[in-house]
Every structure is written in structure tokens, then in C-alpha cells.
Design a protein around this ligand. Sequence first.
Ligand code: HEC
Ligand code: HEC
Length: 142
Amino acid sequence: MDNEFYLGECGSCHFAYQPGLLPAASWKKIMSSLDDHFGENAEFPEDDANRIKSYLLEGAADYSVSRISAKFMRSLRGEAPLRISEIPYFVKEHDELPRKMVRDNSEVKSFSRCDACHTDAGKGFFDEHAVKIPGFGRWEEE
Ligand code: HEC
Ligand code: HEC
């Protein structure tokens, strides 16, 4: 299926997470519980849901050759969380961010909003040098 379809359907409430950001087992859980999706109903007609599911499974972190997918998979050790932001490698990379930049930041609020800080998130690029925190500016690590 084309990416445009995915972007439209799964990018209407939040950033359209690339398939390589979660393992297949996580996408399966997410796609089988869309009626209760983090407190919202995100159900789609069956045909559309199946199309989205195959797209996610084909590009899942288990099969992706990207560096980030490999790091996520290694840190997961077989776990399949519902959130990217619960993956151990993710948690480790973001643990220096103070609350005032994330939860208490009205322009961010949640780690789910990858694109609020990662300026090239839409291209699947999450390098720390392309991070700009709303209200705080570029992320410079010493
Ligand atoms: C009706 C709105 C809505 C739609 C449509 C929707 N989502 Fe979500 N999604 C949410 C909400 C709300 C959250 C929780 C955000 C938060 O915690 O800040 C979420 C969170 C997520 C997360 C976890 C992000 C993280 O790591 O914290 C994933 C993965 C996800 N959605 C995938 C999908 C996929 C795949 C689709 C398309 C099938 C989809 N969503 C469609 C509302 C939606
Ligand atoms: C509040 C801003 C913010 C949000 C929201 C955020 N990040 Fe980050 N992210 C950062 C910062 C800052 C770093 C660099 C941390 C460091 O190097 O100390 C980072 C680092 C990363 C890295 C490591 C980069 C590498 O080269 O290994 C990945 C991967 C990543 N983020 C993915 C994501 C994804 C996926 C999401 C959404 C689910 C997300 N981030 C949400 C700020 C954010």
C-alpha cells in the first residue's frame, strides 16, 4: 500500500510513526485493540485496517535494516510494548530531558509527539543533532 494512505489514517491524531519504530508483535497488539486505543476509539473499516496492518508488519523493526530499529530490537529482548516511548533504548536516550521540556511544556506534553522535537521525524530521521525543543531551542549535549 502507499505511504500516503497510512499517513492520512494513522497521522490524523498524531505523528504517523514509521513501521520500523516497533516490532511486529507490538503492531499486532495495537491493530487488534483500535477500539480502545490509548483511551480513544481509532477503529477503521476492516479492509483499511488490514491494509494498514500489512504495511506495518512488512516494515516492522524485526525486519527493518535501519540503525534505530536494530537498537530498539536489541534493547527490547523479546518484549512488545504498545508504546515506542516505553522501549528501553528510547527511555535511556530521553532520560536527561527535564519535565519542563516535555510534560509541562504546552507545545509538547508527551513523548508521543516525536515531531514536536525531532525536526526531521517525518523522514524517519531522529538524530540528536536535528532536535529542537519548542520554547527551548536546539538540544546541545555536553
Ligand atoms: C482518534 C485519534 C487516533 C488515531 C486515529 C490513531 N491514534 Fe494512535 N494514539 C492516539 C492517542 C490519544 C495516543 C496517546 C498519545 C499520548 O500518550 O500522548 C496514541 C498513541 C499511539 C502510539 C504510542 C506512541 C508512543 O510511543 O507513546 C502508537 C504506536 C500509535 N498511537 C499508533 C497508531 C496507529 C498505527 C494508528 C492507525 C491505525 C493510530 N495510532 C491512529 C490517538 C489516535
Ligand atoms: C521533548 C522532545 C522530544 C520528543 C517528544 C521525542 N524526542 Fe527523541 N530525542 C530527544 C532528544 C533531546 C534526544 C537526544 C538525547 C541525547 O542525546 O541526550 C533524542 C534522541 C532520540 C533518539 C536517539 C537518536 C540516535 O541517534 O540514537 C531516537 C531514536 C529518538 N529520539 C526517537 C524518538 C521518537 C521515535 C519519538 C516519538 C515516539 C521521540 N524521539 C520523541 C527529544 C525528543
